[in-house]
Design a binder for this molecule. Structure first.
Ligand SMILES: [Zn+2]
Ligand SMILES: [Zn+2]
Length: 354
């Protein structure tokens, strides 16, 4: 029995979304239909919406890749999921390729992203591969499941970046860009026992991170590179952390942030490129050689790691609620405009029934 979903379609970039039905067929073997409880609004959605980033699936397409919901139908092999609350990860790996078998499902060449490769969560329902769905059956009863939509992208991406960096207790984490993913990198690195220095151009964002894991904050707006490096490395020296244990997270996705992150490299240090910008920067790559240093790219998060992320959240070591706000999905066009005008300070979580 097929389901008539009500969805917000992107038909043409730069134009308002169109609210119309989507016919969802019975799930085939390996698929599931998820009734959307909430879907987060991400900056990536804005890129698709205004046409600055093309979607992989041709338009019309339903955007939205931060979904929490309940499985209402499942194909062969996954019928045990029916009735369960789940997160739909933003990166849905194929599960069978060399990357997936090596635990690198986040880099799987056959991965699907809701709201980019397939229809997403700006809808009452969506059809997705069942195997990567993350069950929320262990969530504390008092927990507002809607906030876990943010785990599908912002929190899990931050967790994967921290894991990829090899961060351990007592390390120094330098986080460039304290909003969104960078804010969660800060909380996770602190929860795992690192000293965290948060760098941003917004004093407001920096102050909010002081009560969420940042031991030191540095306003880098207008700062000169050499002086900033001296100040930030100075904190690590005070903590007696050798540069071998510097973990630098570039989360701003800006050329200035990337240049600062690169400048913070030192002997044996590790840098993670987490943010995105299409722009280029010019660096002296040979510094890596001279420092015996490492730079990793990092993308999304394999579904296997979600259990560890959720344990940190359930234990209150990573907090989402201070950083999110709720709105009806019918207000999507207005929210996109506010996001474009940099008027949203919170991550928005949308209700498809309103
Ligand atoms: Zn996103
Ligand atoms: Zn794969």
């Amino acid at each position: 029995m097929s389901i008539q979903a009500k969805a917000y379609w992107l038909e043409e970039p730069g134009k308002p979304l169109v609210h119309r039905p989507l016919e969802i067929p019975d799930p085939a073997s390996g698929e599931a239909v998820v009734e959307v409880l909430a879907c987060g609004l991400c900056h990536t959605d804005l890129g698709y919406y205004d046409g600055s980033v093309p979607t992989k699936h041709p338009l019309p397409l339903i955007l939205g890749h931060e979904v929490v919901g309940r499985v209402v139908a499942a194909g062969d092999g996954h019928t045990d999921l029916v009735g369960q609350a789940v997160i739909v990860p933003a990166v849905l790996p194929c599960g069978n390729c060399d990357f997936c078998r090596a635990g690198r499902g986040n880099a799987c060449p056959g991965q699907k992203m809701p709201g980019n490769d397939v229809h997403g969560g700006f809808s009452t329902h969506l059809l997705v591969p069942a195997a990567p769905l993350v069950s929320l059956k262990d969530a504390p009863e008092t927990f507002d499941l809607r906030e876990l939509s943010v785990v599908a992208d912002a929190v899990s991406t931050a967790y994967q970046a921290v894991m990829r960096s090899g961060l351990g207790p007592g390390d120094a984490a330098f986080v460039i860009g304290a909003g969104g993913v960078g804010g969660f990198v800060t909380q996770i690195a602190s929860a795992l026992g690192a000293h965290v220095v948060c760098c941003d151009i917004s004093q407001e964002r920096l102050e909010s991170m002081q009560s969420h894991g940042a031991e030191k904050i540095v306003d880098v707006s207008g700062g000169e590179g050499r002086a900033l490096k001296k100040e930030i490395h100075g904190f690590a020296r005070d903590w007696k952390v050798p540069s071998l244990r510097y973990r630098i997270f570039e989360c701003s996705g800006s050329p200035a942030g990337q240049l600062l992150a690169y400048r913070l490299l030192a002997r044996g240090a590790t840098m993670l490129q987490v943010g995105y910008t299409p722009k280029r920067v010019e660096v002296r790559l040979s510094n890596l050689m001279a420092f015996d240093a490492t730079i990793h790219g990092t993308w999304g998060c394999p579904p296997e790691l979600y259990g560890d992320v959720l344990r940190l959240i359930y234990a209150g070591m990573v907090q989402i609620s201070p950083f999110v706000d709720y709105a009806p999905m019918s207000g999507l066009d207005g929210l996109m405009k506010k996001m474009a005008d940099h008027q949203l300070t919170q991550r928005m979580i949308l209700d498809p029934r309103k």
